[in-house]
Ligand binder design. Structure first.
Ligand SMILES: C[S@@+](CC[C@H](N)C(=O)[O-])C[C@H]1O[C@@H](n2cnc3c(N)ncnc32)[C@H](O)[C@@H]1O
Length: 357
């Protein structure tokens, strides 16, 4: 779906939109504080509406603060005010109750907000300059398995898992329809794919390849579920070209993994994946492409999420346009033999094989 072929706004709407952009950080923080302070929940609980005076008695914030927040909430479209009483809007319903919105908001605030100030520097230097708000690491992945602040870590994992949790049950039958006996899960993270795979297919054996800290975390969990005899671990950094991939797999699986790398790095990883395959084997790539979305809001979210990669993650990757990504697949000597869009919230499954097969 191409949402971007034509300009859609009148001049007046465009000027209004420009103000939304100008004040976007204010809008975000006001909404978050309205949510986290309990103001929105309290207004929601009063279906007949609530006055400012009544709110003052129920919220543990100075009266001045409550007043500026609810007034900002009117302009943002979170509240309406009629006959002196505040009520919530449909947008507020989603801010309060929609899991996707909550996960995105917590990720934006806890992981990205302070670092985003360093966007320009990150782009110029091709480094995640925003990560310094938490500490000194080359990428966020080293920080996640060690000492990133707990709140940031929790919101990062909720964000990551929210999207894959929806996609995995839907995609399992597509992968295991090919009956792979051996599967290499690169970027296996906390082992979620492996655990669901073992329950889905009694014959598959999996090797998880990820950075050392992750592999240690996944190991205990998988063994405690009794799958210890079907799992192997291969800790390592795929950016280290001297680190050999294990070989002999019917399938290589990468979910939300290749978006962590630049175009050239993707080509290098896929070239090594190809060598890891048995004859007739397949590479399964689960990704979120901004040009393969049913809804404009999904494309928007992915395009903005790219900037998280720029500023916080590694400085050189993104949520790709599928056309750019598939060029990398082809540069690695692979061809896409099957594609399936609209999996889970926003994923596409690409099934690839060596171009010469
Ligand atoms: C966004 S998570 C995806 C996790 C999981 N596959 C999913 O779908 O939820 C990316 C994973 O790639 C791993 N990763 C990132 N850079 C890596 C590298 N250079 N070498 C190995 N693994 C890496 C991270 O540790 C993390 O587990």
């Amino acid at each position: 779906m191409n949402f971007y072929e034509k300009e859609k706004l009148t001049a007046l709407q465009a000027k209004e939109e420009a103000q939304w952009i100008t004040f976007a950080p204010f809008v975000f923080q006001a909404t978050r504080v309205l949510r986290d302070s309990g103001i929105l929940t309290t207004v929601e609980a009063h279906r007949e509406g609530i006055t400012l005076e009544q709110l003052n008695g129920k919220i543990d914030l100075p009266a001045y603060g409550i007043r500026v927040l609810v007034e900002a909430g009117l302009g943002i479209g979170l509240l309406v005010l009629s006959e002196g009483k505040y009520k919530i809007t449909k947008t507020t319903y989603f801010i309060l109750h929609d899991e996707l919105t909550k996960v995105n908001m917590d990720f934006t605030h806890d992981v990205c907000y302070n670092g985003m100030y360093f966007l320009e520097e990150s782009i110029k230097n091709q480094k995640p300059e925003g990560l310094k708000v938490f500490g000194e690491w080359p990428t966020i992945y080293q920080a996640l398995s060690t000492n990133l602040p707990e709140k940031a870590k929790k919101s990062w994992f909720s964000f990551d898992h929210f999207y894959s949790d929806y996609a995995f049950p839907e995609v399992l039958p597509h992968v295991y329809h090919y009956k792979p006996k051996t599967l290499l899960d690169i970027g296996g993270n906390t082992g979620k794919w492996s655990m669901q795979s073992f329950a889905h297919d009694p014959d598959v054996n999996i090797t998880i390849m990820d950075l050392p800290g992750y592999v240690d975390g996944a190991k205990g969990k998988i063994e405690s579920l009794g799958y210890g005899n079907r799992i192997k671990f291969h800790p390592g950094n795929v950016l280290d070209d001297s680190h050999k991939f294990p070989q002999g797999f019917d399938a290589v699986w990468m979910s939300q993994f290749l978006d962590c790398f630049s175009d050239d790095e993707i080509v290098s990883i896929l070239t090594r994946c190809k060598k890891a395959l048995n004859p007739g084997g397949r590479i399964f790539i689960l990704e979120t492409f901004w040009d393969r979305q049913r809804f404009e809001a999904s494309a928007f979210s992915l395009q903005q999420t790219s900037l998280y990669f720029t500023v916080m993650a590694n400085g050189n990757s993104q949520m790709y346009d599928s056309k750019v990504f598939i060029k990398c697949v082809e540069r690695a000597g692979l061809k896409v033999v099957e594609e399936k869009d609209y999996i889970g919230v926003s994923h596409t499954l690409l099934v690839c094989q060596p171009a010469e097969s």
